[in-house]
Design a protein around this ligand. Structure first.
Ligand code: PRP
Ligand code: URA
Length: 212
């Protein structure tokens, strides 16, 4: 995993391979959905490396020992609706006890500015490690606003995970929230005039839910 300050870029060949598959216009909804979940799981494995551990007493068939388990209030996964929903299953496969919040955002088609329509977070949010997920970081507006909201509700330990980022969005997010860790599957070339990522994969929400 390449790292630059708080930005971690994935370099695992399985992640690279699966990202290439979801870029393909011929990849259908069903396969796209499965691949997004698999990529989220592989990225989650990397992003959760620093979860705190505490030793607990466990009795094996042989004897009693102290052995490490995840400490504290554990995890909150917060997908940015809609497309972030596609990544949730990949992370709950790793941490089935994670609580799940939701933030509803859509981009205005003309201004490309995010519009928030929903926010519900698990309590106590301030004690949890929060993993915000969205496959696409384009202008960065949605991610910046979502994390603003989470911080307003008291969230402190925040990670953001996306599959594809534009350099513009990555810079905007890391400047707006220098205290969070950002995990990125791949940094693509640029945004086009419609604020879509190039080469990207198109509209992630439409491809996950089959709405186009
Ligand atoms: C997409 C994507 C991000 C956002 C990224 O969602 O899932 O949330 O755009 O763009 P930004 O970085 O420029 O804000 P969209 O607004 O298309 O909504 P949807 O998930 O409901 O389709
Ligand atoms: N949202 C998407 O789903 N895709 C992009 O390329 C940009 C924003």
């Amino acid at each position: 995993m390449e790292t630059n300050n708080n930005v971690f870029i994935m370099d695992h060949p399985l992640i690279k391979h699966k990202i290439s598959m979801i870029r393909d216009i011929h990849t259908g909804t069903n396969e796209f959905r499965s691949l997004v979940e698999e990529i989220a799981m592989l990225m989650g494995y990397e992003a959760l490396r620093d979860l705190p551990l505490e030793d607990v007493e466990v009795t094996t068939p042989i004897e009693t020992c102290m052995t490490p388990m995840i400490a504290g209030k554990k995890l909150a996964i917060v997908p940015i609706l809609r497309a972030g929903l596609g990544m949730v299953g990949g992370i709950t496969a790793l941490v089935p006890t994670a609580k799940i919040g939701h933030i509803g955002m859509y981009r205005d088609e003309v201004t490309h500015e995010p519009q928030e329509y929903y926010c519900k977070l698990p309590k106590p949010i301030e004690l949890r490690t929060i993993v915000v997920v969205d496959p696409m970081l384009a202008t960065g507006g949605s991610a910046v606003d979502a994390i603003d909201q989470i911080k307003k509700h008291g969230g402190k330990h925040i990670k953001f995970m996306c599959i594809i980022a534009a350099p513009e969005g990555l810079e905007r997010l890391s400047k707006a929230h220098p205290d969070i860790q950002i995990y990125v599957g791949n940094v693509d070339r640029c945004l086009n005039d419609d604020a879509y990522i190039c080469p990207g994969l198109g509209d992630a929400g439409d491809r996950i839910f089959g709405t186009k």
